[in-house]
Design a protein around this ligand. Structure first.
Ligand code: MG
Length: 327
């Protein structure tokens, strides 16, 4: 590359970073805008980048954790370079019947991610298809946040009993809606059976789009080597994978953590440079809820406030991320 090109590229990175207001040495200050090259998530320079972090739980069930201090704690103490705002769509009190409250919850999380210089997944956390509502929501999000390098759109968390042609048609519609406003931020696309059917995507991927990735979700106690193999096959066929939700116990979110399988998935994701978010920042009496009910809503969670899965999650993120976001 010519020196003049390097200077120009550096200028654009500095310009985009200034736009984000990302603090010096934060993941976003270092990596800038995201892009997909082949099957790999890359930073603005085209170098492979792996995002690792936590998902909040459904906002309608655990609104108390949707605040700026919790995000800051996850960025600094847990060393998350990404967090995921799981905006609940479907259950009583979620986005469909109270969009104002939903936005009141996710906005501080997105804004705090931007302020701390980490990436953030805006997740339309639904099992069913709500095309009109999703289009209106992402129109709003892309208009407000499309200029920030931090933001990743997840347009349908986990389609349950829909076919891939149905999910594909929905996704094409949503991609068109977002791209009319935001030409470049990463869009995550779901697939049938709670994001396990990546083999169907590989047979019939979405064409003529850029910077999209497909989600695979796993619960290590239920989904084992067969899902890693299926995902490997999809990647070999050119399908970029982002694991926006995963955990170590059974797919119900409960039951024992299968530590050997969790480690097998971790090693596999490290080897393939796949990004992941663990489920979830919540305090229910179930294995996947990382925190005890007496934990503060605003971080400062020492070991006595973390349940077993919280400790494993924090250790797994800290072992592999080297964030320099200051407390
Ligand atoms: Mg953009």
């Amino acid at each position: 590359m010519k020196t003049s090109h390097i200077i120009l590229l550096a200028f654009f990175i500095i310009a985009s970073v200034q736009l984000s207001g990302a603090p010096k040495n934060s993941p976003v200050a270092i990596n800038g805008k995201l892009q997909v090259k082949g099957v790999q998530l890359c930073n603005e320079l085209g170098e492979p980048l792996v995002l690792r972090g936590t998902s909040f739980g459904w906002h309608n069930f655990w609104p108390r954790f949707y605040n700026k201090k919790a995000v800051k704690w996850l960025a600094t103490d847990w060393k998350c370079n990404v967090v995921r705002a799981a905006m609940g769509v479907g259950p009583k009190g979620s986005y469909l019947d109270n969009p104002k409250f939903a936005l009141q919850c996710i906005t501080p999380v997105i804004d705090a991610a931007i302020k701390n210089g980490i990436y953030v997944v805006i997740d339309f956390h639904s099992h069913k298809m709500h095309t009109a509502e999703a289009k209106a929501f992402f129109t709003q999000m892309a208009t407000k946040y499309g200029k920030y390098p931090n933001v990743i759109y997840e347009i349908w968390n986990e389609p349950d009993y829909f076919t891939w042609p149905e999910v594909k048609a929905y996704s094409e519609e949503l991609i068109k809606t977002i791209r009319a406003i935001d030409p470049d931020n990463i869009i995550l696309v779901g697939n049938p059976h709670w994001d396990q059917d990546v083999h169907l995507v590989a047979e019939d991927p979405i064409k003529n789009v850029t910077n999209i990735m497909y989600t695979m979700h796993f619960y290590a106690g239920t989904h084992k080597k067969w899902l890693r193999d299926r995902t490997d096959d999809a990647m070999a066929k050119g399908i970029p994978i982002f694991i926006s939700e995963c955990a170590g116990m059974e797919a119900t979110g409960d039951g024992p953590v299968d530590e050997a399988e969790w480690q097998a998935f971790l090693d596999w994701m490290t080897d393939r440079k796949i990004s992941w978010c663990v489920w979830s920042v919540s305090d229910k009496n179930e294995t996947c809820s990382m925190l005890l009910p007496r934990a503060s809503s605003k971080g400062n969670w020492d070991d006595s406030l973390l349940k077993s899965w919280g400790k494993i999650s924090r250790n797994s993120i800290r072992a592999t991320n080297d964030n320099v976001v200051k407390k």
